[in-house]
Design a protein around this ligand. Structure first.
Ligand SMILES: [Zn+2]
Length: 165
C-alpha cells in the first residue's frame, strides 16, 4: 500500500505535469533559459522591422502567416542550419510539428509563442520541457511587453481571450 504522501505526490505529478509530459509553470520559469544572442537579436529586429509595421496596416491572416514563416525559417536556417517547411492550416486545433515531414503547421491563432514552441521541437526534439522553456524565455526576452500581457493556465501562457500554448 502506498502511503498518503506517496499518493499525494503521484497525484501532484499527474496533475502538475499532465499526461502529455508538459512541465509546470515553475519548471518553465524557475531559472532563465539561455539563447544564442543572435537569435534574440533576430527576433527583436523582426519585431521592429516586420511585425510592428505589418500590424499597423490591418494585415490579412495570410500576411501575418508569411511574416511568422519568415521568422521561423530564418532562425532555423541561419542559426541552426536546419531548414524547415512552414504551412498554414487555420482549421486545426493547435499548431504542430511533424518531424517526418520536417514541417511546422500554424493554425488560426497565428501566435508567435506557439510558433516558437513548434520551432523548438524542430530544433531540439520532442521534450516538452525543453520546447516550453526555450520558447517562453525567448518570447519573454524578445517581446517583454506582450509577455507581461499573458496569463498562465497550467503550463500554457494564454491571452485573456484566445489561447496560445
Ligand atoms: Zn510541444
Amino acid at each position: 500500500m502506498p502511503t498518503n504522501d506517496q499518493v499525494e505526490r503521484l497525484l501532484h505529478e499527474l496533475m502538475g505535469a499532465g499526461s502529455a509530459g508538459y512541465p509546470t509553470k515553475e519548471q518553465i520559469m524557475d531559472k532563465p533559459h539561455s539563447h544564442k544572442p543572435d537569435v534574440i537579436r533576430l527576433c527583436i529586429q523582426w519585431k521592429k522591422e516586420v511585425w510592428f509595421p505589418l500590424r499597423a496596416t490591418e494585415p490579412t491572416e495570410q500576411q501575418k502567416f508569411e511574416a511568422l514563416k519568415t521568422l521561423l525559417q530564418r532562425i532555423a536556417a541561419e542559426h541552426y542550419n536546419k531548414p524547415v517547411e512552414v504551412d498554414y492550416q487555420p482549421e486545426i486545433g493547435s499548431c504542430c510539428y511533424q518531424p517526418a515531414l520536417n514541417r511546422i503547421t500554424i493554425n488560426k491563432s497565428l501566435s508567435i509563442l506557439s510558433s516558437l514552441h513548434e520551432l523548438a521541437h524542430h530544433l531540439f526534439g520532442n521534450s516538452e520541457t525543453k520546447a516550453c522553456r526555450w520558447s517562453v524565455w525567448l518570447f519573454k526576452k524578445s517581446f517583454p511587453k506582450a509577455f507581461r500581457g499573458l496569463e498562465w493556465k497550467g503550463h500554457m501562457l494564454v491571452k485573456p481571450t484566445c489561447s496560445v500554448s
